[in-house]
Design a protein around this ligand. Structure first.
Ligand SMILES: Cc1ncc(COP(=O)(O)O)c(C=O)c1O
Length: 459
């Protein structure tokens, strides 16, 4: 063994204790360090020919990289839709690396059953019926991709062919209908070979991001009986609007389509009694995307993909080889998603659900919703700002009352203050900002700090 490895192995307990103490210092500093940086690019240094061992690597990392990293695990990082890591999910993540399991196949451990149990817990958390089977993937983009891949195979089934076997050419052009799809849907249709032009925008309701169901019906009618894919949105990224899932699902009685629901973070509305109705009809979807590294507050990267047509999922992703074992009705994960080898990423989700249960996670969701509402009230009361939409769930979408075109400058100024991080957007043609609440640490005091920065910058 290389002497540095030999040395690290001999001192492993001590070195891991040091690393743990460093991690604790990082976590304790989350509240005080600048929330984000306007990054200055770093040029790569040459590969070390001689390493420094683990202690040296921690030191080099702390000196070279620590200061430039965002406090994205902290309470005032409100950009994108970003979760933190609950104590239990973080511990679970450490153990994921420690155990270094590959749940690809079930012939060597019960790891896959841990993932199946986690999926069952998630299904219950979101109130989905038992026929929805799930698999963990790296994020909502991959979850959307997988759901649409199964939908593509369903289109093949309707046409009497298998896209998995015969290729897309046997299927011909495909139509994907959606009102306010997340950008990852465009990426998914591109990767699936359907082409970005397959994605057709359906009109939204006036002043909303939710689909106009009458227009959707008209678009389906125009297809003249040709099966399609409909992507419904349960929580749009700008204003967290929800399509009427029940009404969309009901259209299947008259028109043939695969219903995929992107509920990347909106699925967590199920945990708030006042908002759960927004998901009415979710269980009727054919495939569903939910991110876990957002509102479940597990470390990157983690999401779940649900579908009721596991048979088509297997046809799409089957990875048969003698050494991987036979394909059964309950196949190994290697046959269910684009990934083969991967980490047992269910462990952090299992830990946080085991540690805090449904009620603990419901509290996070309800608190974040209340905090978004509070920031919305504060912003509405400031003359310099204008809310662009009601705060429907956990995102505040707003802009500068007089000069919306300066929203980008405001984003930079907020970042430079070190107090908070918000991301820019364009909503209905207006440059704007979004403050998204999905971190378990955020409190009312954080909202007041963010409101304070906004008040200062407006003046
Ligand atoms: C509605 C929605 N779908 C999909 C995604 C993509 O998620 P990820 O970046 O985890 O792939 C996001 C991310 O914000 C989202 O909000």
């Amino acid at each position: 063994m290389h002497p540095l490895l030999d040395d690290d192995l001999a001192r492993l307990p001590e070195l891991l204790d040091e690393t743990r103490a460093y991690a604790v210092r990082l976590l304790e500093g989350l509240d005080d360090r600048p929330v984000a940086r306007v990054p200055a690019r770093r040029r790569p240094e040459p590969l070390p020919a001689e390493g420094t061992g683990l202690r040296g690597a921690v030191k080099a990392f702390a000196e070279r990289w620590e200061a430039g990293l965002a406090a994205s695990a902290g309470p005032r990082y409100l950009g994108f839709v970003t979760g933190g890591a609950t104590p239990a999910s973080l511990a679970g993540d450490w153990l994921t690396g420690t155990l270094d399991q590959n749940p690809t196949s079930g012939i060597d451990s019960t790891g896959p059953d841990l993932e199946r149990e986690t999926v069952a817990w998630l299904r219950e958390l979101f109130g989905l019926p038992g026929e929805h089977e799930g698999t963990l993937v790296s994020g909502a983009t991959m979850s959307n991709f997988t759901g649409l891949a199964v939908g593509r195979e369903w289109l093949g089934e309707r046409a009497g062919i298998s896209v998995a076997d015969q290729g897309l050419a046997a299927l011909g052009p495909v139509t994907v209908l959606s009102a306010s799809p997340h950008s990852s849907i465009g990426k998914a249709v591109s990767m699936l070979g359907l082409g970005r032009s397959a994605l057709r925008r359906v009109e939204v309701l006036p002043g909303r991001e939710a689909v106009n169901v009458t227009r959707l019906e008209r678009a389906l009618e125009e297809l003249g009986g040709r099966p399609a894919i409909v992507v419904a949105n349960a929580g749009t990224v700008n204003t967290v609007d929800f399509d009427d899932l029940r009404a969309i699902a009901a259209l299947r009685e008259r028109y043939p389509f695969w219903l995929h629901v992107d509920a990347a973070f909106g699925a967590f509305a199920a945990l708030s009694p006042a908002h759960a109705h927004l998901l009415d009809g979710l269980g009727e979807a054919d495939s569903i995307c939910v991110d876990l590294h957002k509102w479940l507050n597990v470390p990157y990267d983690s999401a779940v993909q649900f579908t009721r047509r596991r048979d088509l999922q297997i046809r799409t992703f089957a990875n048969s080889a003698a050494y991987l074992g036979p394909l059964s009705d309950d196949p190994d994960f290697v046959h269910l998603t684009p990934e083969n080898s991967r980490r047992l990423r269910a462990i952090p989700a299992w830990f946080t659900l085991a540690a805090y249960g449904r009620e603990g996670h419901a509290e996070i969701v309800r608190r974040d919703i209340a905090l978004a509402g509070l920031l919305g009230e504060r912003i509405a009361a400031m003359p310099g700002y204008r809310l662009l939409a009601p705060v429907r769930l956990n995102v505040v979408c707003f802009t500068l009352a007089r000069e919306p075109e300066r929203a980008g400058e405001l984003v930079t100024a907020i970042t430079e203050s070190g107090e908070a991080f918000l991301t820019p957007t364009v909503y209905d043609g207006v440059p704007a900002l979004r403050a998204a609440f999905s971190n378990w640490r955020t409190t009312e005091a954080d909202v007041e700090r963010v409101a304070g920065v906004l008040a200062r910058l407006a003046s």
